[in-house]
Structure formats: C-alpha cells, structure tokens
Design a binder for this molecule. Structure first.
Ligand SMILES: *[C@@H]1O[C@H](CO)[C@@H](O)[C@H](O)[C@H]1NC(C)=O
Ligand SMILES: *[C@@H]1O[C@H](CO)[C@@H](O)[C@H](O)[C@H]1NC(C)=O
Ligand SMILES: *[C@@H]1O[C@H](CO)[C@@H](O)[C@H](O)[C@H]1NC(C)=O
Ligand SMILES: *[C@@H]1O[C@H](CO)[C@@H](O)[C@H](O)[C@H]1NC(C)=O
Ligand SMILES: *[C@@H]1O[C@H](CO)[C@@H](O)[C@H](O)[C@H]1NC(C)=O
Ligand SMILES: *[C@@H]1O[C@H](CO)[C@@H](O)[C@H](O)[C@H]1NC(C)=O
Ligand SMILES: *[C@@H]1O[C@H](CO)[C@@H](O)[C@H](O)[C@H]1NC(C)=O
Ligand SMILES: *[C@@H]1O[C@H](CO)[C@@H](O)[C@H](O)[C@H]1NC(C)=O
Length: 436
C-alpha cells in the first residue's frame, strides 16, 4: 500500500514536470485543416489541378459568368500585429515558446499578400478555365467582353492579376509565358457600394460597426465566461506572470493561422491550445463576425443590394442584346462575400450565435465566416439560356452549388430570382445608409 502511494506520488511528479506530456499539443496540419479553424484553405482544394468541367442540363448553355473571389492569404492586419506583439511580451519567458514567441510579422507588411496568397488566386484562375472549359473555349480577351474589377487595395489588385494569369495562362501575347495584359478598375473605397458596402454605408459604420450593443453584450459575456477560463488555464500551466490577458486568447488562434499561411507551420502557437480551446477561440471570432457581417444585424441582409442590382443589369443587358459582356470577374473582401450571403438569405444557421451556446451547439455550427469563407474563396453566378427560351441562374460557392431560398432547385428561373430579390434590386443605397 505504501509502495503504491509512493508510486502514485512519483508518477504525478513525472506528469506535472514533463512538458512534452501535458503542456503543449502536437497537431498535424491535416488535423487543423479538418477542424475548419481558420481562413486558410486546405491545400487539396486550393492547389487542385484535376478540375472536372461542369455539367448542366441538356438544351441549356452557359452564357454569362459573374465571379466574385476573396483575395489570397495575407499578412495580419494592424490590430492583429499589435496583439502578436503583446503575446510576444507575455510569452517571453515561457519555456515551450522560446523558439517562436517573437512576432515575425512586420507592421510594414500589414494586409499584403503572403506568398501562398499570391499563388492561391492564380490557381482559382486556372480552375475557372478548367471548370468552365466549354464556356472559355475560343474566347479572346477583350475589355468589353471580360470585365475585371477589384476593391481598391493592393491585396485585391494583386489577387485579381494572379487570377487573370491563371485564366489566360499561356494564351496571351507577352514573352515566353504568353501572359495576357488586362485592364481592371477599382472604385474609390468609400464610394464602392458594390464591394465595400459596409464602410461605404454611414449607417452601417455608426450602428453595426461602432455602436453595436448586441454584439458587445455577447462578446463580453463570452469573454468573461470562456476566454477568462482559457487564459487562467494557460497562465497556471505556463507560470505566466502577470497573467495572460483573456482578450489575447483569440489572437493565439489567429497567430497560428498566420504561421500556417506564411510559414506553413502548425507547431507554434496552436500547440498552446487544446482541441476544445481551439474551437472555443474560433467561436469568439464567429460571434463578432455574426453581429458585424452576417445575420446578427438586419441591415446586413439588405446591404448587398448594389451588387445584386448591377448583376441584374448586366444579365438583362446581355439578354436584350445591348451588351457583349460575358464575364465579370471581381476580387473582394471576405466581408463582401458574407454581406452577399446575408442579402441572399443563404448559409443561415438553425439558431442565432450567442454567448450562451453549449459546447455541443458550438461544435455543430455549420456556417460562420471563419468556417466558410477561406482566403481566395470563389463565388460564381452562372447564367444559362435554354432552347425552350428559359433563362436560368445557378450560384456556386467554393465549387458547391447551393439553392437560393425561394428557388426550386440549384438551377433557378431568372424571373423567379428577380422576383425573390425584388426589393433588393434597384434599392436606394443612399437612403438606406443615411445617418441618423
Ligand atoms: C509531433 O508529431 C509528429 C508526428 O506525429 C512527430 O514526428 C513529431 O516528432 C512530434 N513533435 C513533437 C514536438 O512532439
Ligand atoms: C522575463 O525574465 C526576465 C529575466 O529574468 C525579466 O527581466 C522579465 O521581467 C521577465 N518578463 C516577464 C514577462 O515575465
Ligand atoms: C466610422 O466611424 C468612425 C467613428 O465614428 C469614424 O472615425 C470613421 O471616419 C467612420 N468611417 C466611415 C467610413 O464613415
Ligand atoms: C449607441 O446606441 C444606443 C442604442 O443602441 C443609443 O442609445 C446611443 O445613443 C448610441 N450611442 C452613440 C454614441 O451613438
Ligand atoms: C467582461 O465584462 C465586462 C463588462 O461587460 C467587459 O468590460 C470586459 O471586457 C469583459 N471581459 C472580457 C474578457 O471580455
Ligand atoms: C507544408 O507542410 C506540409 C506538412 O509538413 C507539407 O506536406 C507541405 O508540402 C508543405 N507545403 C509547402 C508549400 O511547403
Ligand atoms: C443600352 O446600353 C446603353 C449604354 O450602356 C444604355 O445607355 C442604354 O440605356 C441601354 N439600352 C437598353 C435598351 O437597355
Ligand atoms: C441565450 O442568450 C440569448 C441572447 O442573450 C437569450 O435570448 C436566450 O434566452 C439565452 N438562452 C439560454 C438557454 O439561456
């Protein structure tokens, strides 16, 4: 009996002082990707080259393509880098972090594309060419026929160029690579109601972004309930003093995301959090995102109306023979895509996202910005004309078609589509966004 107690004592000493046994976690990249924890797209799809051409109903032909992609993987933004600098200070004396506690992301690079992010949109372009092989067959670049646009920032412009390189790969006139020079336009940010509709909307800035009590209540409740617990666990385990600020916990996950995007490493910051803590950290971002860019605020369900309006105008222009444009290719923010989803009423969870969800409910959430909208995600609106005079539209996100609520199937009658979004087409954006 005494020997047994002695053995237990020795074993418990061994467990609590063996850092590799219980203090950090060793995740493979496959594991992290499979848990949908961040914006980085799994390499299997991001760099896929075995793309099958789409099939569609007989007697129909794809006539017009509207493509809206998110920019490629980027460097962190200003707030993220500042948080990483705070994490650097907090973890400076933590032994398990000694090889990677320093922030490697310089402020001068904020929001620019990382190398992976320059390559991803190129693959999106290659994949577009293969997926819509019949559509592109024989089409020569002409700025009146193929229109390129992006949000006015460097990461969007560069992503759009990379996409066009992939799309026209080897088909242009320039040098040995046969690149195709293209024209693209970028409206001034604060007037860009089609892509930058949130900050272009004063009411959104004042009520959804700045003074959003619904969001703040949920985010603070979650912080006091969940982030405080994780921060305490980390401070105790790693003897951090003064203790880790709970508000920095979600940035441990974000730091891990950028180490993966920029350095292809999954061993650094992610190794601090347990599988459950990784998901709980993501849910903090899910909550914020939901109240800022998804169904958590009713304004978001109308804010995408300018994009839909121009979509309808371009389709009608083509159908009535007044326009020769067949492809409209854009590069935008992840926020733009979520506003378009909220405006279309798609990807809505069965329950609202709140601070008091159980862990099981959090595990079962299907649609969140972080789960859904990878860097370099692609959204396509495909327009078909059929021999029985029908016009159909199909919407495809990251290669998966989805049914727009109100439509009978993924192929939706054009007239039905217009009817569903009646009030959101030709909306009065200025009036909607006037404040107060
Ligand atoms: C992590 O796991 C991999 C494979 O399972 C192994 O090769 C590696 O040595 C482990 N790293 C650490 C720090 O335990
Ligand atoms: C880390 O250790 C150094 C040297 O012992 C000490 O000066 C510093 O205050 C410590 N920093 C933290 C955050 O504990
Ligand atoms: C949003 O609101 C903030 C704070 O009131 C203000 O400083 C900023 O200029 C506003 N931005 C826009 C685009 O209206
Ligand atoms: C913030 O919103 C609340 C209502 O949601 C309102 O009472 C308050 O005046 C607003 N504050 C500012 C600074 O606009
Ligand atoms: C806890 O709640 C208070 C009051 O709502 C808030 O100011 C604080 O930021 C919250 N803490 C965290 C970590 O979210
Ligand atoms: C990234 O790391 C994974 C796993 O270690 C490896 O399989 C892959 O080839 C690496 N990718 C690049 C681009 O280096
Ligand atoms: C045709 O296009 C021109 C220029 O884009 C526009 O001014 C005109 O109103 C259009 N006509 C019809 C019938 O849509
Ligand atoms: C969870 O929070 C929401 C919003 O604050 C509230 O409406 C709901 O009743 C709460 N649910 C439970 C089970 O406490």
């Amino acid at each position: 009996m005494r020997n047994l107690l002695y053995l237990v004592f020795i074993l418990s000493l061994f467990v609590s002082y063996n850092p590799t046994l219980c203090i950090t976690y060793n995740y493979s990249q496959e594991y992290l990707f499979s848990k949908h924890l961040f914006y980085v797209e799994p390499p299997q799809t991001a760099f896929a080259t075995d793309i099958k051409p789409i099939s569609y109903p007989a007697k129909c032909d794809l006539k017009q393509l509207h493509s809206v992609s998110r920019h490629g993987s980027r460097y962190p933004d200003e707030i993220e880098i500042a948080a990483f600098e705070s994490l650097e200070k907090t973890f400076a004396n933590v032994s398990v972090a000694k090889e990677w506690y320093k922030n490697p992301f310089p402020m001068s690079k904020k929001l620019q594309l990382v190398k992976r992010g320059e390559i991803e949109p190129y693959f999106d372009g290659l994949q577009c060419r293969k997926r819509y092989a019949k559509f592109w067959d024989g089409v020569k670049y002409d700025p009146e026929v193929i229109k390129f646009q992006s949000t006015q920032t460097s990461r969007h412009g560069a992503s759009l160029m990379a996409f066009s390189e992939g799309l026209f790969n080897g088909k242009g006139p320039l040098d040995t690579c046969k690149s195709q020079p293209i024209y693209y336009s970028t409206p001034p940010l604060l007037q860009d109601a089609e892509h930058y509709m949130f900050f272009a909307c004063r009411r959104w800035n004042e009520t959804v972004f700045n003074n959003n009590t619904l969001r703040d209540e949920q985010v603070y409740a979650y912080g006091n309930k969940t982030l405080v617990t994780i921060a305490k666990r980390l401070s105790d385990t790693h003897h951090i003093s003064p203790p880790l600020d709970p508000n920095l916990v979600p940035y441990i996950l974000i730091n891990c995301q950028f180490w993966l995007a920029a350095f292809n490493r999954s061993d650094a910051w992610c190794s601090l959090l347990s599988p459950k803590e990784l998901l709980l950290s993501r849910y903090y971002w899910d909550l914020r995102y939901y109240y800022q860019f998804l169904y958590g605020h009713p304004l978001n369900t109308r804010l995408g109306c300018r994009y839909l309006t121009q979509l309808v105008n371009e389709v009608e222009g083509y159908l009535n023979g007044n326009s020769s444009m067949i492809a409209d290719i854009r590069n935008v923010l992840g926020f733009t895509l979520s506003i378009l989803f909220a405006t279309m009423g798609v990807f809505k969870n069965e329950y609202p996202l709140t601070a008091n969800l159980t862990f099981e409910q959090i595990q079962n959430i299907k649609y969140t910005g972080h789960r859904l909208i990878y860097f370099s995600s692609t959204l396509y609106y495909e327009i078909y004309t059929c021999s029985d005079d029908r016009v159909l539209i199909r919407v495809v996100f990251n290669s998966e078609p989805f049914v727009v609520p109100g439509c009978e199937s993924e192929y939706c009658e054009w007239s039905k589509f217009k009817e569903i979004f009646g009030g959101k087409i030709r909306c009065d954006f200025e009036k909607m966004c006037a404040y107060p």
